[in-house]
Design a protein around this ligand. Sequence first.
Ligand code: G6P
Length: 610
Amino acid sequence: MCGIVGYIGDRNAQEILTGGLRRLEYRGYDSAGIVTTNDAGKATRLRAKGKVAELDEKVLAHKKTDHVGIGHTRWATHGVPSERNAHPHRVGAIYLVHNGIIENYRDIKELLTTKGYAFNSDTDTEVLTALVDLFYKTQSTKNLLAAVSEALQMAVGAYGIAVLAADSPEELVVARKGSPLVIGVSEGEVYVASDPSALVGHTDQVIYLKDGEIATCRREGVELYDIATNVVEKVVEKLELDLQAIQKKGFDHFLLKEIYEQPDTLRSTLSGRVQLEGMYAKLGGLNMSDKELSEVEHVLVVGCGTAYYAGQLASYYIEQCSDKVTVQVAIASELRYRSFNLPKNTVALVVSQSGETADTHACLRELQKRGIRCLGIVNAVGSTIAREVDGGVYVHVGAEISVASTKAFTSQVAAMLLFGLVVAQAKGAGKQEIGAYLQELDALPDEITRIIEEHAEEMKQLAKTYASYEHALFMGRDTMFPVALEGALKLKEISYIQAEGYAAGELKHGPIALVDDRFFEVALVADNLLYEKSMSNLIEINARGGHTIVLTDSDKPIDAEAVVRISTKLKLLSPLLFNVLLQLFAYHMAVERGNDVDQPRNLAKSVTVE
Ligand code: G6P
């Protein structure tokens, strides 16, 4: 989603800012802009609809040697994507970039209109900029910190902002409430970003702003304040992210790199947590005693998008691990607005790759308000959700740059399964029951490597055959059902093919009416007790002239247009192998259709507004 960068120091601000914005491109955006000022207070604002490359051209035509500035990539919420609506917004001497939404912007706009302000854009951000300007210009001292503080005390909503006053180019003021901001400090310079990946290579010393904090950034250093400008103590942390992690390493796309990385990233998730010698699972960061774990009776999993589907799949495993635990999986945007009841001894697993998804974060706050213990299943270290949960499991998959999530899914499922095992252990489950899962988890990375090696080309060829279709139906039973849902999501996200995931048993209750020449169907058929049931679904589709692709780990004869047969020793975790193949399939479909694989249209990586 929207991205913020800022810089003050001795280097060329235009270069630093556009470089930072390129790092944030992966989050999804539709316009970009920067403003820099020189020592005499002359500002140069450049904005462009479309990609940062368009902005680069403008920078080339208006090169400056300024050393301070702010920049933004915008994902439209209020007002269409256009140069006029792109940030930074300017009112008087004030320039401002903003992530999030100012909910009461209409009221503020009305008030400002009575004071003579007129507006050039359709955005809530311009209104906030004008409000800062109002307070700034009415002060005798022109104190930017005080003006921002006063404006934010009137604003309702979520924001991460960076503000510059052209006539006081020696400082930037930044603030956050509900939308992340991180400040990078180095000798004589300060960097600002909404995502730490923009800071990599510049500094590894960072300050994560907390909700309700404002900071002044000057060459000499950073000062933190609360919203009422009382000084707050700052904590400088080490950023654990390197350049390697955010490069393509020879792959054509980040998505493909991230699919191929899965054996390694999964090993990082499992490292130290799967103990084959003593046959136990170990999670260090739960902040729960064995007694507390043994008392868990209900698990609520909450997330959005791929994280939600990871929760769906994990729910089967957690319930398999212990017959004394029930599991419920909720879409965060639904849970946050409905009335819901939870049984006693519930633990919530809050699942988010970015750790910043607004709906998921809102659920976390609501659950904590109700006194529910919340554990994070998070990737981004230091992210908002990771900081606010009561404990949790970092999945440690490194930077996931492609908008469509792949490696995070696999590791989220593994991490939640480990949680299920830890609870089962605490409840007295035997080594044998636990051991079956631990052995499969241990074998999974190598199995993924082998499956990719054996089937990557096959998935590519399959994509060539089916890339011209506009509709697809994915179906599976039991643990293959969530994989069908995630496979359909992956395909629609990056190929723009309309794809639906279905529980195969539901076929007769609706979707079979769709089967015709414009559709293809992907059936995930596990070689288990439900094999015959899955086969009868297939027969029903074939009888209606469907175009079926079957992915199976069975070697029995199957009548379908295409059959992908995998052989694996995994019985419990084979759905994760099927999922990797569906990731490859979606990738090649998107490539065949000439799409922007890593930054699909209209999508954002980290959805920080609801
Ligand atoms: C966006 C992304 C998805 C992701 C979802 C949840 O929609 O495009 O790939 O699954 O957000 O993100 P999270 O960071 O909370 O896992």
